[in-house]
Write a protein that binds this ligand. Sequence first.
Ligand SMILES: Cc1ncc(COP(=O)(O)O)c(C=O)c1O
Length: 342
Amino acid sequence: MIDLRSDTVTQPCEAMRQAMAEARVGDDQFGEDPSVNQLQERVAALLGKEAAMWLPTGTMANQVGLRTLTRPGDNVIVAAGAHMVWSETGAGAANAGVQFTELGGSRGYFDRDEYLAARNPRGHELLPPTTLVCFENTHNRAGGVVVPPQVVEAVCGAASQDGVTTFLDGARLWNAAVALEIDPSRLAAPFDVVWVAFSKGLGAPGGSMIAGPADVVARARRYRRMLGGAMRQVGIFAAAAAHALDHHMDDLQADHQNARTIASILAASDAIEIDPESVQTNIVIFRLAPGAADPQTVVDRAREAGVGVFAFGDGIRAVTHRDVTADECREAASVLVAAAEA
Ligand SMILES: Cc1ncc(COP(=O)(O)O)c(C=O)c1O
């Protein structure tokens, strides 16, 4: 199967497996895993933050972030469609007791004016206080959209004037940095706390890292433990992540090119609605023209023809990654066109 369901389906390559086999490890709950400690320092420096901490998943990074940075009853502002609202089984409400305000519609981000109009003050008798503002970069449900840096800077500037903490879900921050050809630390700079993933386009089998001020990361350790995410000889995973940072970053550009190729092939079909210009990174979301089959039918037909994609809301999502070639992406796009037109 040409598997475009997600960039999380990648297999660790031989060299990565070798790095994992040779990793020096220790008990990370005691802070004694040398591979994890080294990676934490490296990622903190990469993101321009004081400290960083290993987490097993991105979902836990969001949840540890919410627990660490908010109190029950707080209001959290996010870009509409955020993973932490839509794809974490209500964990923000269950674990942190927060409620969310989603802004910005389908474009994947919101601006300073929208923030200013939506935020609630602290100490109001009725209103839940806004204590956290989050972005997701790139934004998954909006189709891998790169959040414009000047928009982020304006919102984060306004939030910090309000004394509101800023938090970035950077599951695909590497993609955003590669697309903009700027250093990840520049995209992380406006935020108090940021997390990144190694298990998406970078192709490691797991792991995320949350980064920010040392005292915040120290508090986050407690919630990682509380949520069951403190691990032992996890340096085996950290070695995979380090290998990915060393060797896989430059390949993200090819993923973005492959996504644009898929979008341009899809756009030529009358049965498919997509603006190829909207594809900025490795996620392609397209809709079916009125009268064409419904998304799930097209997904099922594509699967039978050997292509994996996801029905995503009223559209279909295809994600390119390091385990699919340019030729396979072209072939997959042709299969999707046939499935939509059948
Ligand atoms: C934007 C975003 N945030 C968070 C996550 C959660 O990451 P994980 O699957 O490692 O829990 C994902 C997963 O794809 C994601 O796309």
